[in-house]
Design a protein. Sequence first.
Length: 286
Amino acid sequence: MEDYREYVPNVHFEQIPIKNLVSNQEYQRNLAVSHLRRTIENFDLYQINPVKVSRRDGVNYVFNGQHTIEVIATVSGSRETPVWCMIYDDLEYSQEADIFANQMKCVKPLLPYEVFMANVEAGNDDQLLIKSLVESYGMFLSQNKVPGGICAIACLEHIYHNYGFHVLDRTLRLCIGTWEGDYNSLSANMLKGIAQMVVAFGDSMKDDLFKEKVGAFSSREISRTAKDRRAGSLGYAESMLIAYNKKMKAGLQWSKLYQSQSAVPEEDFDAGDEEEMERAEETNAF
């Protein structure tokens, strides 16, 4: 019989009360308060992973799972709560630090598309509704930038969760109707820029005029103007507002566009989220 021991970690599992775990080693990062808050608000028993523990000199040192134990302690209201621990008895401090530093090196993070489609398979209402809405316009969700495909998945979810179904619906209707589904027009910044205009101006912005006046410029031209003005989706909204107001005596008021930026809390959509969207688009680009 073959010996597979070199491929199997020499560990055992125990349930250990959180109060008996130590997670303040120098190599560990500070606790991310915003991450803890989101995880606590969306606590799911089936998402809990075993905590990795190095037992040295009778002390249980956590080297992977410090956020997990804090979430469970908060949700349960007690540090007496036990957690499943994967215990190593033969590690030195330097080995723990090395494992912590390199544990994510070969892990492939899930793309927004992969997370979204898993939610669809799970039958989650929000993702099913967004998918159905996209398909009602003859489009589909895609992992790649292809004709008829929308790969700015995180942006669609952001608009839906922060502005609501009707804003997402009108955003898609304007974008697809203006540029006929050109995949260069379906970027995260473009979609969110349109959503910002919808929220800012409401019914005072006429769909037919938007399609006629903004559609006189290609999506690439809108993008170039946007990047000359400012970074992110607000630059796209400004670029489209310039096009919409062109040769109008009384156009849409610029002040309303900036007032609408405070409608959504900054923590719900910050620079990190915008960068995540752009990274996803770059990854999926030809």
